[in-house]
Ligand binder design. Structure first.
Ligand SMILES: Cc1cc2nc3c(=O)[nH]c(=O)nc-3n(C[C@H](O)[C@H](O)[C@H](O)COP(=O)(O)OP(=O)(O)OC[C@H]3O[C@@H](n4cnc5c(N)ncnc54)[C@H](O)[C@@H]3O)c2cc1C
Length: 396
């Protein structure tokens, strides 16, 4: 029954991606024009030059890029199945799993992004004419209709468990005994769901060491992929004692449901990361590739940061290395600052799409006019004298 809703989910996923992009286009454009509080040079600072503002908006921009690239792959799969070109039962099952993984992530992300974008524009963001409030209200129901997000992720989790079990079909007792040994289970597992994870049997110590040298593509992939693998293997191990006992099976499943849904979410995040990385590899222009690689790194690292507790508990990262992740994110944000406008302009929204007065250039005009006024006032010698200057002069 849930499977029949796949066409709607394609649209919801796309709409959620593009609503996030629009919210960021508005908030980032405004943040390059709006000035607030004096900087060290006495000039008011544009919002986007504040470290915290970058931290609020850039990781969400990176996630939006990842989701748009993943949506593109989703569309191609959808086209393959519905045009009949690649319409096998396996393709349909993959398409349904893909829809069930991506729609929850993009619709939750849209609500989060639109709220953050709204707050990042301050009081102006709350004005209905600036669109963010209306977009968020419209998108609210997306997390429920065409399948509630948590229920959809459970579908993905079950698929991951099925695929996991398939790997051991026909294996003898010795092979089964091997993966029962905690960590080893995670290492033996080479595939889950829609994509192969490739080489997953590596020395974890080596991965952890390289974190300090900068988390590059391979290490990001490994940390994200192995998290999914280990979570699925752990849950499968805890379900195994049920055997054919349905009552015990239901009890154990319920006890592990929350973690299974978390594993499905991790799987969706991995798919997005892979789609982003594939897209970066397709770029020819060297400068574009450089900036997109930073943005992809930001996406990967903020996922690792978000699940830092898991990586620490499971011995994937030391506390020192975990701290390095957050510092690297800060550096990436600063590096991306000069390209922020280009990155939102690349969504190719025209003014008639944006229709938000705060992102129209009006704020820049207002700020420029105010700055000119105060500069002229200061030059005239008629500028009001600050109270603290008066006090300082009185003391002399
Ligand atoms: C505006 C709107 C338009 C809609 N349009 C259509 C339409 O055109 N066609 C159509 O067929 N349907 C439509 N729907 C129905 C929509 O698909 C359902 O609302 C949606 O699937 C959620 O089901 P529910 O409302 O029964 O919530 P419930 O299934 O009762 O879920 C309520 C909560 O319980 C949780 N929950 C439910 N089951 C589980 C479980 N097994 N484990 C853990 N948690 C669980 C959910 O996560 C959710 O948070 C529409 C709904 C809305 C609100």
């Amino acid at each position: 029954m849930l499977g029949t809703l796949v066409q709607g989910r394609v649209s919801l996923d796309g709409a959620a991606c593009w609503a996030s992009a629009l919210g960021l286009k508005i908030a980032i454009t405004y943040a390059t024009q709006r000035r607030q509080f004096d900087g060290a040079d006495g000039q008011e600072v544009v919002l986007l030059d504040y470290g915290k503002h970058q931290r609020r908006l850039f990781p969400r921009l990176a996630t939006t890029y990842a989701q748009i690239f993943a949506h593109d792959e989703f569309l191609q799969k959808f086209d393959g199945v519905f045009s009949g070109r690649t319409d096998t039962p396996d393709d349909r099952e993959d398409l349904e799993t893909l829809a069930a993984a991506l729609k929850p992530l993009s619709t939750w992300h849209a609500l989060d992004t639109l709220q953050e974008a709204r707050e990042a524009c301050g009081g102006a963001g709350f004005m209905f004419e600036n669109r963010l409030v209306g977009l968020r209200a419209d998108l609210d129901i997306y997390v429920t209709f065409e399948g509630d997000n948590n229920v959809l992720l459970q579908l993905v989790g079950k698929r991951l468990l099925t695929d996991y079990a398939k790997q051991f079909t026909g294996k003898d007792a010795a092979a089964l005994a091997k993966f029962a040994v905690g960590m080893t289970a995670g290492k033996l597992f080479h595939g889950a769901g829609l994509r192969q994870f490739g080489q997953s049997v590596v020395d974890l110590g080596q991965v952890s060491r390289s974190v300090e040298n900068g988390l590059r593509e391979e290490q990001q992939h490994l940390l994200l992929a192995e998290r999914v693998q280990q979570m699925v293997a752990d849950i499968a191990g805890r379900l195994r004692p049920a055997g054919k006992d349905k009552v015990l099976g239901a009890k154990l499943f319920n006890e592990n449901q929350a973690e299974l849904i978390e594993a499905a979410r991790a799987h969706g995040e991995l798919l997005q990361w892979e789609a982003f990385t594939d897209a970066v590899h397709r770029v020819d222009d060297a400068d574009t590739k450089k900036v997109l690689t930073w943005l992809r790194d930001l996406f990967g690292l903020q996922l690792i940061e978000k699940h830092l507790a898991w990586h620490l508990i499971n011995g994937r990262l030391s506390t020192q290395r975990a701290a390095a992740v957050s510092r690297y994110i800060d550096r990436l944000c600063a590096r991306l600052r000069p390209y922020a406008l280009d990155l939102v302009d690349a969504f190719a929204y025209e003014p008639e799409h944006v229709r938000a007065p705060i992102a129209s250039g009006a704020e820049r005009e207002r700020q420029d006019e105010a700055r000119e006024y105060y500069a002229a006032l200061a030059a005239s010698g008629d500028a009001p004298v600050l109270e603290k200057t008066l006090k300082k002069n009185a003391k002399r």
